[in-house]
Design a protein around this ligand. Structure first.
Ligand SMILES: [Zn+2]
Length: 68
């Protein structure tokens, strides 16, 4: 009996996907959130001249979220 085991992973030409590059210059609005973990108050700062609001529930200044 012949056991054909194909261990060689051939580089398939269809495996070449090209992620869209060049569109990283888009400026995203930084997201701010309440420092209370269980609180889900979020706010997006669209302009740098805007003042960072307080959380209406905890009366705490929203902090910049690490990842937008
Ligand atoms: Zn809050």
């Amino acid at each position: 009996m012949l056991t054909n085991t194909y261990d060689t992973a051939e580089p398939d030409a269809q495996n070449s996907y090209s992620p869209l590059i060049g569109s990283s210059s888009r400026v995203e609005s930084p997201r701010y959130r309440c420092p209370v973990v269980s609180c889900h108050q979020t706010w997006y700062r669209h302009e740098t001249s805007e003042d960072i609001p307080h959380c209406p529930i905890h009366d705490l200044v929203l902090v910049r979220d690490s990842k937008g």
